[in-house]
Design a protein around this ligand. Structure first.
Ligand code: KG4
Ligand code: ZN
Length: 342
């Protein structure tokens, strides 16, 4: 086969991800997470994440190659997340990737984390239509991206002006006394709740905001509104209907996200929407996006939940696209760029 065999390393946050792809086929995706070590702090602690990556890196690479049935000497290229993300965490992956590239004498591709979240869908659903409209919703990002070519042309249409969507889920979960990371807990609680019980605000969706911040998001007002609502209940000595609050909050977030994503597709004449990032695992977001895309004649692509959250397969997938499209590799001076734009 002439399909490139690529190993991808992801260490931008708290997951040590090692993925191996051959061309557009995923062979194995190994992941080690330090999420349990951060839970008691209620958020990711950068120093703890970096140390965990250093410990997990080699064992995770060994597991990935063993499970994929390949040897390091078979690899055609190494891809690594060079940004954006936590600086110290990124450095562990970038350092390991450089070492492998030199030791094996194969090219190194530094890739953008956001672009990788889009590229992972290639190993799930095949080649990406060009252009694709991508919505990236995670703990660190909420962006609408116009993607003519995932290897070198991604345009940001808008992003959050305050909290990321996942951050809002995590903060509201804390208000409701649910563990970190809160997204999956809210998703589960919401199934028992009434999503029209409380009419929480939809940020930046009306009047002048809709002109000035057309494809931007704001979730901080929503989070505050939920906190106030809960506090008022508690102050009145009344029980907090956690499931209803979770369902109504989740409804507000997914309503805004899907409304703006579909509008962006329509206004840019794009018939394909891809959703990625940890929040794309949300069951209500997936259902609402499917309904609204069906109504608008848009094809929706969402990878399986395990490929929506941070992983190595996404990096390997983008690396393989770089090889297939003949993009220039990075040199060994490749930096870790914590605030890298798309
Ligand atoms: O992409 P990701 O694994 O890491 C980055 O932030 O880059 O996303 C993690 C975020 C967390 O905020 C988590 O609460 C959220 O994704 N999340 C969810 C769900 N699963 C994970 N949010 C809502 N519903 C879910 N089912
Ligand atoms: Zn991510």
């Amino acid at each position: 086969t002439d399909q490139p065999l690529v190993l991808g390393l992801e260490t931008s946050c708290d997951e040590t991800g090692v993925g191996i792809v051959r061309g557009e086929t995923l062979l194995f995706d190994a992941i080690a997470s330090s999420v349990d070590e951060h839970a008691r702090f209620g958020g990711v602690v950068p120093e703890v994440a970096s140390r965990a990556h250093l410990e997990a890196m080699v064992p995770t690479i060994e597991r990935a190659t063993r499970e994929a049935g390949v040897r390091l000497s078979d690899l055609d290229a190494i891809a690594v997340t060079s940004g954006p993300g936590l600086a110290g965490a990124l450095m562990v992956g970038v350092g390991a990737a450089k070492a492998l590239s030199v030791a094996l004498g194969i090219p190194l591709y530094g890739v953008n984390h956001l672009a990788s979240h889009v590229a992972v869908d290639i190993v799930e659903h095949g080649p990406l239509p060009e252009p694709t409209l991508a919505m990236l919703v995670s703990g660190g990002h909420s962006s609408l991206l116009l993607v003519p070519d995932v290897t070198h042309d991604i345009r940001s249409l808008g992003s959050t002006i305050d909290d990321a969507a996942g951050e809002a889920f995590d903060k509201v979960a804390r208000v409701l006394g649910l563990p970190f990371p809160g997204g999956p807990h809210i998703d589960r609680m919401a199934r028992e709740g009434n999503r029209v019980a409380i009419d929480f605000p939809r940020g930046l969706t009306t009047g002048r905001d809709m002109e000035r911040y057309r494809f931007d998001f704001s979730f901080s007002g929503l989070k505050t509104s939920v906190a106030r609502w809960v506090q008022a209940r508690e102050a009145a000595g009344e029980p907090v209907p956690v499931a209803d609050v979770a369902a109504s909050f989740q409804e507000a977030v997914t309503d805004v996200l899907t409304r703006k994503a579909v509008l962006a597709c329509k206004e840019h004449g794009v018939a394909n929407l891809q959703i990625g990032g940890g929040v794309a695992a949300n069951s209500r977001l997936r259902a609402m996006a499917q309904e609204r895309c069906d109504a608008a004649g848009i094809t929706l692509r969402v990878p399986r939940p395990g490929l929506c959250t941070d992983n190595g397969a996404m990096v390997a997938s983008l690396g393989a696209q770089m090889v297939l499209k003949g993009r220039a590799p990075s040199d060994l001076g490749l930096p870790a760029d914590s605030s890298m734009p798309v």
